[in-house]
Unconditional design. Sequence first.
Lengths: 150, 178
Amino acid sequence: MVFTSAALFVRARGPDEFWRKRRVFKLAAHFHGRPRNVYTFAVRAVHRALVYATKGRKLKKLDMAELWKTRVSASAEQYGVSFDAFKNSLLKSNILLNKKMLADLAIWEPRSFEALAQLSRERAVVEGMPGIQERSVMNQVYGLKNLLKK
Amino acid sequence: MSILKRTQQWATFARTWHIYDCTWQNPFDSAKVVKNHLMGLHKPIYHPMNDCGDHVVLINTGEIALPGDEWIKRVYFHHTGYPGGASWTLAWQLHEKDPTMVMKKAVYAAMKGNLQRRHTMQRLHLFPDDKVPEEILGNVTSQIKQTRVVPKRLDHIDKETLENFPAIMDYPKDYVLR
């Protein structure tokens, strides 16, 4: 192709019209009604869908983080520890599990989670965190009786 | 699926029945706790699309304690849909008409308005006093902890305990107690 001017270069878009449209229709294949079959509508709908997809990549991560937080706090509350106290005491005990892993443990390995909850409870008492006073009976079992302040 | 796994599945997704005593409780604080159990937010398997909510039986809703002067300040709005169909009812008036209504509306308002809310409310059972039908009470296996301690009222303490209670001082003989 020979471009005699910059204006003509801008006008010459891509390859064949059929293939250019096909690229859009492929992305619109699962739409409903005219946005699926009519190019003018399809191109707008695809554009909007791609914007949603871009935003969705961020939102999906936020949604999952929120869900994990709900799950972990629900499990921690069963053992009388609030989410913040639980997370803080684990951090102080140098247990660096993230919310996803804690949520997975709570669902699939409730006993492991219970051990973590008891440990965090002990740590919270030792560190003097507000709201938790009594040390649990389990400290005998897990050998946490001699847990010391760092 | 083995028998053990099947049982585990049933046990995980079975609906538990909780009971909550509303005596002297703030309905709006209690609603937050009750909501968690109704929606299944107290379970590690919670998911918005997972139908894991439990049943909650609220007893003694007639004995709730609204904070401050809420009984005379809180207003419930209703509109019939016809012109001039608006009506405003004070909390104490509503409570006189139906002793379960304030608590019910508190729980309803504590939940986010979506299509699931009305179905979740079906799992809430309210009773103005402690008379609960046998078929409902038979299902109950768990009790939800009250949000505040029920204070002991002076007129509910028996006379003997009151008289034997150690006093700091005795009133003078000519002291007039109003």
